[in-house]
Write a protein that binds this ligand. Structure first.
Ligand code: ISE
Length: 333
């Protein structure tokens, strides 16, 4: 069975997903693409061999020949489009975040629960990153004892001028919020956000430092620095009772010359997480054939946004904030 996919939004991420789908996922075909910029949609269709260019998102979702929808349009469109997919009974892989606010995520959650079956996967692709998967497998083996602390670093080369501390949390550090819950298999219960106060330092992309407590009593921290200048760099170290597990980024070559050895950083997240994006897409398509949901659920999408909002509150009020969640619906157990 071949799954016909429609992609809504073919900017940087959507176009990348289109290439991944046509080049690396044998059980799927790219049935339709659409974008607010029609010329861009036509260009991506020509490059990837997409069968049609649809005039708008509704045309993709309502196209009876489209089996599943991938949403990669701007964040503020995610709620409405996901709700429309649910109303049409179509499975959807929605780029992160599920929606910018926890309230909107809850609307999606309510609609999915009402329908009684899991149709939504959220594109928190780190669940499929081989380095994080190895970290989790090692933890689950029990060899190192229980997890005690998790250090996360997330650095980008540069941030747009409008990228403030709130964006650093809700657009970028949400990846660490998501992956920390997944790795430790628990909820984050409190958050406190700190900001270095360096005279004259640019406000856009300035670092934020988040400290969480978990329901299992662990401490998690996240250094989020969107303007770190030197490269795209994601690191992590899990400290357990009897040892630690550190993340290694994929390195394909090393240059040795002039008494020095050099490896290179990617400029953004796409090369670093290329395997994760590919494995996520393959797993999503397989899950549609075998009916077993994988990856981050709408519940995970809601929790991540709710934790991000608590982070915003901590930032505004300069204190630790308790994280309050609605009860988890049985559909997500
Ligand atoms: C960015 O906003 C993303 O969404 C990427 O997935 C992430 O890896 C990147 O560092 C963020 O800033």
């Amino acid at each position: 069975m071949t799954i016909a996919v429609g992609i809504i939004g073919v900017g940087v991420m959507g176009a990348d997903h289109a290439r991944t789908l046509v080049n690396h996922v044998p059980g799927a075909r790219l049935r339709a693409v659409t974008d607010a910029d029609g010329a861009r949609a036509r260009q991506v269709a020509a490059e990837t061999g997409a069968e049609t260019v649809a005039p708008d998102p509704m045309a993709v979702i309502n196209d009876r020949s489209v089996d599943a929808v991938l949403i990669a349009s701007p964040d503020q469109t995610h709620r409405d489009l996901t709700l429309t997919c649910l109303a049409a009974g179509k499975p959807v892989l929605c780029e992160k975040p599920l929606a910018p606010t926890a309230r909107e995520c809850l609307e999606v959650l309510a609609a999915e629960v009402k329908g009684g079956r899991r149709l939504v996967q959220v594109g928190y692709m780190r669940h499929f990153d081989p380095a994080y998967m190895e970290m989790k497998a090692k933890l689950l083996s029990g060899e190192l004892g229980r997890a005690v602390m998790l250090h996360n670093f997330h650095r980008n080369v540069s941030a747009p001028t409008w990228f403030d501390a709130k964006m650093a949390i809700s657009n970028s550090a949400v990846h660490e919020i998501d992956i920390s819950r997944w790795l430790l298999d628990t909820e984050l219960t409190s958050v406190q956000v700190f900001k270095p106060k360096i005279a004259g330092m640019a406000e856009n992309g300035a670092p934020v430092f988040l400290v969480f407590e978990t329901a299992k009593g662990q401490i998690v921290n996240v250094e989020m620095f969107n303007n770190a200048a030197y490269g795209y760099d994601v690191r992590g170290e899990l400290v357990c009772e009897k040892g630690t597990i550190s993340l290694r980024s994929p390195i394909h070559s090393e240059v040795n010359t002039g008494l020095a050895s050099t490896t290179f950083y990617p400029a953004d997240w796409r090369p670093r997480f290329a395997d994760a994006y590919r494995l996520q897409m393959q797993a999503w398509i397989k899950s549609l054939s075998d009916g077993k949901p994988v990856g981050a659920s709408a519940w995970d999408g809601y929790v991540t946004s709710a934790v991000g909002e608590a982070g915003h509150q901590s930032l505004a009020e300069g204190r630790s904030v308790r994280i309050a969640l609605v009860p988890k619906p049985g559909l997500y157990d």
